[in-house]
Structure formats: structure tokens, C-alpha cells
Design a protein around this ligand. Structure first.
Ligand code: SAH
Length: 366
């Protein structure tokens, strides 16, 4: 059904484009905002649910557009109420999207590409390379799918682009999606509630800054020196930490947004007090915040998290340098919520997994 649909994804249209489309049909421009309100604010899944949109317009919408292009092929709910969706795109590729709940927060973690070209040695997303960029509609759709999992009194509060892919390698499709998430007639999330996480591509960070919208920026550093970083994050070879820190400093200067440096702790690799001190020296005088991420273990990969005492010691050294540090809480540990693992399983075992491909209900009750 979906796979051969000639209909255009309505989520690929900007507000202006939707206004133009509405006007082509002889309708007043405000109709476009009415339609967007149903999509972004009222969680509809069918055009026919848009009650205050005239039947004529609804028929036109149905004849030309589809609201969703993906299909939910797996839906897991963890004990901590983290939820994870595996979405099958029109062309048969898969991406993952995660909902994380905290008392006052509902955060969705979205993917930006099918696979990833960066090749970080501890990450499941890059194991099969990159296949393609996601479209704007495919990026937005992940947020809307998760929004529709929420209860009537729950609201999405944050979006992080920390799923599969390198977001700054797909800026053309990402930026319009972020702008719709921010837009009052879209999801209405403030800039600081929208975070993109990058492997650290200096030119792209500058381009992102020049967009002049102060989204939050997280940079995946993972090592305090180039020798180690190139081993863990191979694209570092032609980039280098200095250039990344400079671009990140410029991002702060331009947007006023303090940078988050992500640091995945890998036992025996980058987790010693000496590494922490080296990192402390790099960041002590910067507008920076460190987010330590105990590694999520991945079958196949020979890396592990360091454990609590080592993490604590690393944290303490950074504190001595005056670097504001948080340790990322593990979410959804019982549902493989680390990025890329579900997709990997699916791509490798497509044939073996067909019998569980259908349900859209929770595999594990909340
Ligand atoms: N490509 C972007 C965004 C996707 S990865 C980036 O590199 O930032 C999002 C974050 O998850 C990155 O910091 C990444 O290094 C981290 N990550 C990847 N695999 C992980 C794993 N197995 N355990 C913990 N964090 C991981």
C-alpha cells in the first residue's frame, strides 16, 4: 500500500507552500494554519478527522497528500516507560525513534539518516554505513508518531536529534524540520528545547550557526586528544579537536548557547582520571557542559561501560577543573534503546524477523 503511494507527504511542505496550495483551490490562506493545527496540535492521523476543514478541502488533501509515510513495525515499551518505535519508510528502510519520560519532560530522540557514515567504533548505527538522508517529512514524522503515543495530558517538551545518522550531514532536510518544530503553528518548541548532536564537523557547525536560530548544540567529543579521538571517532583524522572546539566556541559566541560535550565512557579506553584531567584542561575556560554517557553495550562490539566508581572518579576530576558535568541516566535499558540496535537487528535478520514485523502494539506492557 504505502510503498507505491503516488501521494506527496504533506509534512514536506513549508507553511508558505501549504498556504499557496490552499489558495490554488480558491480558499483563504488561514485554512493552511487550520490544517497545520490539526497535524501538529491535535494529533490526527487522517485528513477526515479535520472537522472544521471543509469537505472539499479534505477531499483535495486526500487526493494529493499523505499525512504519514512510514509504518510502525515495532513498538516497545520499557519498564521506565521509555518507548521505542521502529519505523519502516516507503522504500523499505528502517529508522528508530525513542520517547523518554522524566517527571517534567517528554523528550523524543529522532534519527536524521538511514545509517551513518561516521563509523564511531562503539556505535551500532554506523556498522552498515549510510544509505541515504531522511527527508524533511521523514524527520518530522518521527516526532509526530511519538507525540501520538502520549496521553491526553502529556506534551512533548524536548526534541534531540541523537538517533541514527549525522544531522549536520543532512542539513538541507533537517533545518526546515527543526524550524517547523520551533514554529508556533508547528510544534511550538523553543530553540533551547531542540538539540542536535554532531560528531563535530566545523564547517557545518558554522553553517548551522549562520541559520541564525539558536538551537542547542551537542558535540560528541569522546576523547581529550587527537590520537585517541581518531581511534574512537575515525572521521576525526582530517578534522582534529582544535578545529571542532573553535567552531563550537564560535557557535556559542553567535547564539549565546552553551555547548554540551558528549563523552561516551568506554572501559579502559578513554575513562581514566588522566583523560578526565586532559578534558578538564580543554574545557575549563569554555562555555561548556559535559555529558558523560556510560556506554550502552552492543552485541558484536568489544567495548563496555566503565562502571560506577570509575564514572564517579572521572566526574570528580572534571568538577575539580570547574567543568559542569552531568552523567546521562540510562533509559529503556530493557528495550535496546541505544541508537541503531533495533534497525541493525532488522537489517541483518529481515527474513528471520518477519513474524514479528506486524504488530503496532507494545511488545512489553508498561
Ligand atoms: N552523529 C551524531 C548524532 C547521533 S549519535 C553524533 O555523533 O553526535 C548520538 C550520541 O550517542 C553520540 O554522542 C554518540 O557518540 C552516542 N553513542 C553512540 N553509540 C553509543 C553507545 N553504544 N553507547 C552510548 N552512546 C553512544
Amino acid at each position: 500500500m504505502n510503498a507505491t503511494s503516488p501521494l506527496r507527504p504533506i509534512l514536506d511542505l513549508t507553511r508558505d507552500e501549504l498556504i499557496a496550495w490552499v489558495e490554488e483551490g480558491g480558499e483563504r490562506p488561514y485554512r493552511a494554519d487550520q490544517i497545520r493545527k490539526w497535524i501538529f496540535g491535535k494529533r490526527v492521523t487522517e485528513f477526515d478527522e479535520m472537522h472544521d476543514v471543509s469537505k472539499v478541502v479534505r477531499e483535495r488533501l486526500k487526493a494529493e497528500f499523505r499525512l504519514f509515510s512510514s509504518e510502525v513495525v515495532k513498538h516497545q515499551v520499557a519498564k521506565d516507560r521509555t518507548e521505542k518505535l521502529l519505523l519502516r519508510l516507503q522504500d523499505g528502510n528502517h529508522v528508530e525513534t525513542v520517547l523518554m519520560r522524566e517527571p517534567n519532560r517528554r523528550t523524543v530522540c529522532i534519527s536524521s539518516q538511514v545509517g551513518c557514515a561516521m563509523g564511531c567504533v562503539f556505535c551500532a548505527s554506523g556498522l552498515l554505513g549510510v544509505k541515504r538522508n531522511l527527508t524533511t517529512a521523514e524527520i518530522l514524522e518521527q516526532v509526530l508518531r511519538v507525540d501520538r503515543l502520549l496521553g491526553p495530558d502529556e506534551r512533548l517538551t524536548n526534541v534531540v536529534v541523537m538517533g541514527i545518522g549525522e544531522p549536520l550531514a543532512n542539513m538541507r532536510h533537517l533545518l526546515p524540520a527543526l524550524d517547523t518544530l520551533n514554529d508556533k503553528g508547528g510544534m511550538g518548541l523553543g530553540y533551547r528545547r531542540i538539540t542536535i548532536s554532531t560528531v563535530g564537523l566545523p564547517e557545518k557547525i558554522r553553517e548551522f550557526a549562520s541559520h541564525d536560530k539558536p538551537y542547542s548544540l551537542a558535540v560528541s567529543l569522546h576523547a581529550p586528544n587527537d590520537e585517541l579521538r581518531t581511534r574512537l571517532v575515525p572521521v576525526n583524522k582530517n578534522i582534529g579537536i582544535d578545529a571542532i572546539l573553535q567552531a563550537a566556541d564560535d557557535y556559542f559566541a553567535q547564539t549565546g548557547r552553551r555547548i554540551t560535550y558528549e563523552y561516551v565512557l568506554l572501559r579502559g579506553q578513554n575513562d581514566s582520571p588522566e583523560h578526565a584531567a586532559e578534558l578538564g584542561r580543554l574545557l575549563a575556560h569554555r562555555a561548556a557542559h559535559v555529558n558523560l554517557i556510560p556506554m550502552n553495550s552492543i552485541t558484536d562490539l568489544p567495548y563496555a561501560e566503565p562502571g560506577e566508581p570509575q564514572t564517579r572518579a572521572f566526574f570528580d576530576v572534571l568538577a575539580r577543573y570547574g567543568v559542569v558535568t552531568t552523567v546521562r541516566k540510562r533509559k529503556g535499558a530493557d528495550i535496546d534503546a541505544a541508537c541503531g540496535q533495533l534497525r541493525l537487528e532488522r537489517e541483518r535478520g529481515e527474513a528471520a524477523l518477519v513474524e514479528i514485523a506486524a504488530p503496532t502494539v507494545a511488545d512489553v506492557p508498561a
